[in-house]
Design a protein around this ligand. Structure first.
Ligand code: ADP
Ligand code: MG
Length: 722
């Protein structure tokens, strides 16, 4: 009997290669596999006669393979496999790109069921484009259909390299048929009250629905389940927080005024208001749990840093954590510049080393163990680092404030992790994000988090001129960039990957059916092209995540992320080609051009972040979105980056176009995709919350719900590990 715990290698018929691929996606046992849900279904339940096929239709046909051959396209060096299928009413072509192995499988004379979209061919005929196939027997055609891939509602799984929907269906169907009945995880009273589909039915319904309503109900169940867990965690955490004590700071407003006076610019009104809200929170004896939201460049860091200085004045420490070392370093440098007189110790800890200073611009070239000791003894009050600062076990003396920069995964869960040390007094907690999250969403996802919003940019910022560049205008864009650089400006070029597609995928070209990915620009290719052919006279360099963070033996004297970023900031590089490592926070006021290759590959929120890298200085800035595609959908999506007046407006649009899952990104929140999608339906979120409150009020520790408690622990682990 198969159980959820059964490892996939114990299941017959899965080869080692496929196991490895599944493993890459974290799928190693039956549970992982069954919880890998389809994201849509294609309706191939009607079997069409070939004579009836019409362009644009999703259709299943069944017939004999009369002919199959391969031809090569002259333009893209691709192989096209072309088969002719015939039933008693006529014949139709079926075409596949780059799947030469099909020649060995789809042999002449075999009986197949094919499901796919009917397209118009160049020659004026029709064809099935990239259809799914399965072999059938004569008598099956005549009798009941027992198909997995065709002739029914067919599940489509998130397309990932080497893990096709077809293979997944092939694997999942027999497992579902032989699975032991699973115990229900949701409380019986909740199932009954909210009319929720039972677990076993839901699993079957989500993978192989009879009709589309089955799939909908099943999805709703799983989404409800996740939202329900999320709410339970939020509520439990809130109860815990309420019991916690925190240091109630005694903040001297005269000192704050003096401090603000020392900064070379005046805070905007929203910065002041946010700072005020933070101060008020830190004066209370239970921990602050606040999110500071504001557009890229709106000046969140300075607000957090002022809070840190106030905390230091009370002899407590602050940990300021950025998502990358480049950024942590920049925060540290900015701090040193703005508050060179700060004499209570401010330091930077990265994977490769440490620095700190005490006023008078005196920087101590520290050894890391030294700095760690000083932090432990409380001799450094403000510590900059990456998100690992806390997880990696740096010991603090008396942490009063924790600040997390540019991360969506703020909120209660993260916080729980941070303060689980044995502090008598829990630190106050501030997270900062440039991704505006509509209120409805943040309430469901992050629970009762207090939010401060910076909704204005510092004075004098100019709007960034944003343009979508079609391939034929590429040269013009290059000419324009050259002109800007000649005037002394600098440019970023962002590419979606480091190596060229060929290099990365040499091994699996055969499995690589998604030919579009070949068009992706890579940092290295782009570097070769721009430095040698397009801008040989300019200083071009590159930056990517695989480079060592900074100097020392690891770099062997080669360029490091830090050295490149420093050179760019100092104007020694004109054009910097990079992966998304510069996505967040990096500040170079002289950079006025942001050029994004394969812009369609990035989410709007991400593009928005990229664009925020420019427009920080006095000069007019530009953002060029390059795309090779002429798709209305892509244009529409990219255009919203041009049309949106603010980050919040963009967020609403992004949410509307892509849904909450894509918008927030699973990796950012740790929230399962399905629950994310479900958030679009505010009712489901509300119901889940209601149900969670009901259970927690009755039984805060879940003593009477062992199944639920177990599931919740797993869920929590999963969310943390993301
Ligand atoms: P973000 O909100 O994206 O983190 P930063 O905190 O990096 O923004 O601020 C962007 C730049 O604007 C920094 O160089 C910062 O010193 C500067 N800045 C912050 N607040 C103001 C202000 N009120 N007036 C002028 N410049 C400011
Ligand atoms: Mg920032």
């Amino acid at each position: 009997m198969i159980t959820l715990e059964t490892p996939l290698e114990n299941i017959r018929g899965i080869g080692p290669r496929f196991l490895a691929r599944l493993d890459d996606f974290g799928i190693s046992n039956v549970r992982d596999l069954l919880w890998h849900f389809p994201f849509r279904y294609e309706d191939f339940s009607e079997i069409s006669k070939i004579v009836d096929l019409g362009v644009g239709q999703q259709a299943t046909v069944q017939g004999v393979i009369e002919d199959i051959k391969v031809r090569k396209t002259w333009k893209r060096h691709m192989f096209i496999i072309e088969a002719t299928i015939a039933d008693e009413t006529g014949s139709v072509k079926a075409i596949w790109f780059n799947q030469r192995f099909l020649l060995a499988i789809l042999k002449k004379g075999k009986l197949v069921s094919l499901a796919g979209k009917v397209i118009q061919t160049k020659e004026g005929g029709i064809a099935l484009s990239h259809p799914t196939y399965e072999f059938i027997n004569k008598h099956i055609i005549e009798q009941e259909q027992m198909t997995k891939h065709t002739g029914r509602l067919v599940p489509i799984y998130p397309e990932t390299r080497g893990l096709t929907s077809k293979a997944l269906r092939y694997l999942i169907k027999p497992i579902l048929d032989n699975l032991q009945k699973l115990p229900e995880t949701l409380p019986g009273e909740i199932i009954k009250k909210y009319k929720i589909l039972e677990l076993n039915d839901a699993l079957r319904g989500i993978h192989f629905p009879e009709k589309i309503d089955d799939a909908r109900e099943a999805k709703e169940r799983f989404a409800f389940e996740d939202l329900f867990y999320l709410q339970l965690i939020n509520l439990q955490e809130r109860l815990r927080l309420k019991k916690q004590k925190s240091h109630a700071f005694n903040i001297d407003l005269e000192f704050v005024k003096k401090l603000l006076f020392e900064i070379p610019f005046e805070l905007t009104n929203s910065q002041k208001k946010s700072l005020w809200e933070i101060i008020r929170d830190m004066e209370k004896s239970h921990p602050m749990n606040r999110l500071l939201q504001g557009d890229v460049g709106s000046g969140k860091t300075i607000v957090a840093v002022i809070a840190a200085i106030l905390v230091a004045r009370e002899n407590k420490q602050t940990a300021l954590m950025a998502p990358t070392e480049v950024l942590a370093n920049q925060h540290y440098q900015t701090f040193k510049k703005l508050f060179s007189k700060f004499d209570k110790g401010a330091g930077l800890i990265t994977s490769s080393g440490a620095k700190f200073f005490y006023g008078d611009n005196l920087e101590v070239g520290a050894k890391k163990p030294d700095a760690i000791k000083k932090i432990k003894f409380g001799e450094i009050k403000i510590i900059f680092g990456t998100h690992s600062l806390i997880q990696k076990g740096i010991e603090f003396n008396n942490l009063g404030l924790v600040v997390i920069d540019e991360q969506h995964r703020f909120g209660v869960r993260q916080r729980a992790q941070l303060i689980s040390g044995d502090y008598n007094l829990a630190p106050h907690f501030l997270s900062m994000s440039a991704t505006p999250i509509p209120r409805t969403l943040s309430l469901t996802v992050f629970g009762d988090l207090d939010v401060s919003i910076i909704d204005e940019l510092p004075k004098g910022r100019k709007e960034i001129i944003t343009k979508i560049i079609a391939p034929e205008n590429r040269d013009k864009a290059y000419a324009f960039i050259r002109g800007q650089v000649k005037k002394g400006r600098q440019a970023f070029v962002i590419c979606p990957r480091i190596e060229s597609a060929e290099e990365e995928n040499q091994k699996d070209l055969k499995l690589f059916s998604d030919w579009q990915k070949w068009e992706l620009k890579s940092v290295k290719e782009e570097y070769e092209k721009l430095s040698k052919r397009i801008f040989p006279d300019l200083k071009v360099n590159m930056l990517h995540g695989k480079m060592p963070a900074k100097g020392g033996s690891a770099s062997g004297g080669k360029a490091t992320k830090e050295s490149i970023m420093r050179d760019f900031a100092e104007g020694k590089i004109d054009i910097l080609i990079s992966t998304s490592v510069i996505e967040v926070g990096v500040d170079v006021p002289n950079a006025t051009i942001m050029m994004i290759e394969s812009a369609e590959r990035f989410g709007l929120a991400q593009l928005y972040q990229f664009r925020g890298r420019v427009g920080r200085g006095e000069y007019q800035s530009f953002c060029f979105l390059f795309t090779e595609f002429k798709s209305q959908n892509i244009f529409k999506r990219l255009r919203s980056l041009i049309d949106a007046k603010s980050g919040f407006e963009l967020a609403e649009k992004d949410l509307e176009i892509r849904g909450p899952g894509e918008f927030l990104g699973k990796s950012q929140t740790g929230i399962p995709d399905l629950a994310m999608k479900a958030l679009q339906n505010p009712n489901l979120g509300k119901t889940a919350r209601e149900a969670a409150v009901e259970i927690i009020n009755k039984d805060p520790e879940l003593k009477n719900y062992p199944q639920l408690k177990l599931k919740l622990d797993n869920f929590q682990k999963q969310v943390h590990l993301e």
